[in-house]
Design a protein around this ligand. Structure first.
Ligand SMILES: Nc1ncnc2c1ncn2[C@@H]1O[C@H](COP(=O)(O)OP(=O)(O)OP(=O)(O)O)[C@@H](O)[C@H]1O
Length: 346
């Protein structure tokens, strides 16, 4: 039986997370990595997720994919997914190997990672791996699956796809392997592609090429993308909307232009102050914000960002949980002083 929900999402909505919580059981106790995350993705749009290391970006998408570590404990939040506009599935609570999840993962949700070898097997040819995915999700002959594999390799602009289909991952360069992984993720026309820092390990030129490829595939195939990155420059390049995460929460969300030109959360402003400039060394982590991300075992009281915030009033921010303040066009900021901060850049 497929799990369907009663209160429907709007028709344009593909994915919606409401108050998602994930904690991990560790030797030192329970650590909350994701603490009430809300975000949504509409059909065909690109949502960029940005935030420093440890903010819970990857754990949240693993909860969507049902690929959480064994020591994870989920809270009460909801994850809803409606891939084709007619059936809404509740993903939260589904087991990693449930029939539905195996059908959706690879079938309607594709994934690409920073390290292609987490997705590609070193002992099978690229073609075999794509064919297996195609045949797992569709009733097609071996010949048709091979033709599809060659077609996908051509789509991701790999040279000589008829020859490349029989090659092994170690025979390809890093950028080519990234393209092969994208081809694998696209094998069954996903409605949603989850991209977890797919370009972070690449050189600047290859990164630009892969971003360009993802953009053109997204437009051609009409799929939505959740794109995780440390880099606000990449968000500007590829995303329609942004969710900014800090210590397991979405602290600000909105359209790219609104977030860039009118950021309402002090953390977003601080991150924007650390966008790598042209010609700067690659892979520089965002580091200009004072202090470091607090230990998740010791989450600050009140607003979790107050210990690093330039605008914090301890009598308020260290004591009370901040409200979610709405602005125009769906922009929201989790801050006591959102809307009352000094002008950005002032
Ligand atoms: N299996 C686990 N057991 C305990 N803690 C975990 C586990 N997996 C993740 N965490 C913790 O959850 C928090 C969020 O991690 P997550 O990987 O989602 O961050 P991130 O924002 O994706 O960071 P990065 O950009 O470095 O990938 C971190 O504090 C991390 O240490």
């Amino acid at each position: 039986m497929l799990d369907k929900t009663n209160n429907k999402m709007p028709p344009e909505r593909l994915l919606q997370l409401d108050d998602v919580e994930v904690a991990f059981k560790t030797r030192d106790g329970l650590v909350k990595a994701v603490d009430g995350v809300n975000y949504h993705v509409d059909r065909g749009e690109v949502l960029g997720i940005v935030g420093e290391s440890g903010s819970g970006k990857s754990v949240t998408v693993r909860a969507i994919m049902r690929l959480l570590a064994r020591n994870a404990e989920e809270g009460k939040g909801e994850i809803r997914f409606n891939p084709d506009g007619d059936t809404e599935y509740r993903l939260d609570g589904l087991k990693r190997d449930s029939r539905l999840m195996r059908k959706l993962r690879g079938g309607r949700i594709g994934m690409v990672f920073q390290e292609p070898m987490t997705a590609l097997s070193p002992v099978h040819s690229i073609g075999t791996q794509i064919m297996r995915t195609v045949m797992l999700h569709r009733r097609v002959s071996k010949e048709a699956a091979r033709a599809r594999a060659i077609d996908l390799l051509a789509r991701v602009q790999l040279p000589q796809p008829e020859r490349l289909v029989d090659s092994y991952p170690h025979q390809l360069s890093g950028g080519m392997r990234q393209r092969a992984m994208i081809a694998l993720a696209l094998a069954c026309d996903p409605a949603l592609l989850i991209a977890d820092e797919p370009t972070t390990a690449l050189d600047v030129t290859t990164e630009a090429q892969i971003l360009e490829l993802l953009k053109s595939l997204q437009q051609e195939l009409g799929m939505a993308i959740v794109f995780i990155t440390h880099n606000f420059g990449v968000v500007a390049d590829i995303a329609d909307r942004v969710a900014v995460m800090y210590l397991g929460r979405v602290v600000e969300t909105g359209l790219v232009d609104d977030i860039f030109y009118n950021p309402q959360h002090p953390y977003t402003r601080a991150l924007l102050g650390s966008i790598p400039r042209l010609g700067q060394k690659k892979q520089r982590r965002l580091s200009v914000i004072k202090g470091s991300v607090p230990d998740p075992y010791n989450i600050p009281s009140g607003c979790v960002f107050h210990t690093r915030c330039d605008y914090a009033d301890p009598s308020v921010c260290a004591v009370r949980t901040p409200p979610r303040v709405p602005f125009e066009r769906g922009q929201e900021a989790l801050c006591h002083f959102a809307g009352n901060l000094p002008e950005a850049g002032a």
